[in-house]
Design a protein around this ligand. Structure first.
Ligand SMILES: Nc1ncnc2c1ncn2[C@@H]1O[C@H](COP(=O)(O)OP(=O)(O)OP(=O)(O)O)[C@@H](O)[C@H]1O
Ligand SMILES: [Mg+2]
Length: 296
């Protein structure tokens, strides 16, 4: 039995049957995974949620929106030979640099130490857009935007179909999430928002924090973000970081892994982030650059 099959068995549940007609064009859903405060678990959740959706039979691609940090490479324990840097330079196509985990998750390896997406010159943008246009066959694309309320993060979010805001129970994290949501809503009142509470003590703690975020948004912004899940604080997550393996693979029976499995089912079952059929990664990038240039 391969690793992916073993994991499915462990979870004692059969994968959700894909309702997609195989001959139909895939409808790609693009999520930005974001937070007001740094260090709340965005990259950890992006990788593990991406893997969990893959184990449910979905075709998933993840990428670092913040080109310079390459968080995802570190969590996956990958030292890629080629990265987005080579695509930007026109030396490789995106297809040539995309890595696949044994479970089938596709990863665009970030270029460590390289400039931000927003600062690319027109030549580099052209190379990226051309390359991104070749990539269209995914159910979900998860973009780890990095933290903060700066214009790059906001533009990475606004180009997506939906944003998942990661918050922890810390009061500063809740306040900063509110700040980020406010900036998003100021730009687009009907932008789709979801919240995940990470590092919660337990379900009750998580739900309480989740409700607090929603209540503040409802009261002051008149919007109600969707509460899509809670991930428990679990030392297995920390341990997995040290061995550079995603925790749902390293500790599939852990409390945190169970939370991720539930989260991916919620996303599939509730069809969160559903978008137009012709949505493509190149369209995402085009929108991002357009928003970015409008501000200059
Ligand atoms: N559920 C959890 N339980 C315990 N530790 C966690 C959990 N989620 C994340 N962590 C730990 O929190 C730290 C920060 O996680 P991560 O790097 O994913 O955050 P981030 O939001 O991507 O940070 P940054 O804003 O710097 O990119 C890591 O050490 C990670 O192991
Ligand atoms: Mg990160």
């Amino acid at each position: 039995m391969d690793q992916a099959a073993a994991l499915r068995k462990l979870r004692d549940k059969s994968p959700i049957k894909s309702s997609q007609n195989k001959t139909k064009k895939r409808s790609t859903k693009i999520f930005a995974i974001s937070s007001g405060k740094g260090g709340v678990g965005k990259s950890t959740i992006t990788v593990n949620l991406g893997l969990s959706l893959t184990l449910e039979g979905k075709k998933v691609l993840i990428m670092d929106g913040d080109l310079g940090l390459a968080n995802i490479n570190v969590i996956m324990g990958i030292i890629p030979k080629y990265t987005l840097y080579h695509v930007i330079r026109g030396q490789k196509t995106l297809k040539e640099i995309i890595l696949q985990t044994p479970e089938g998750l596709s990863i665009i390896p970030g270029a460590s130490g390289y400039t931000q997406l927003a600062d690319l010159d027109s030549n580099a943008r052209e190379n990226l857009m051309k390359s991104f246009a070749e990539i269209d066959d995914f159910d979900y694309i998860l973009i780890d935007t990095g933290a903060g309320i700066n214009s790059v993060v906001i533009n990475l979010i606004m180009a997506a179909d939906e944003v998942i805001i990661v918050t922890t129970p810390e009061p500063t994290s809740i306040t900063d999430s509110y700040g980020l949501i406010k900036s998003i809503i100021n730009r687009n009142k009907s932008f789709k928002l979801s919240v995940i509470i990470n590092k919660a003590k337990d379900e009750i703690d998580g739900r309480k924090v989740s409700k607090r975020v929603v209540d503040i948004c409802n009261k002051f912004l008149n919007v109600v973000p969707k509460e899509i899940g809670v991930v428990y604080k679990d030392e297995e997550v920390e341990r997995s970081i040290y061995v550079q393996k995603p925790f749902i693979i390293n500790s599939p029976k852990s409390r945190a892994a169970d939370c991720i499995f539930r989260l991916s089912r919620t996303i599939i079952e509730e069809n969160i982030g559903q978008s137009d059929d012709d949505k493509r990664l190149s369209g995402y990038l085009k929108k991002f650059f357009a928003n970015n240039d409008n501000e200059k």
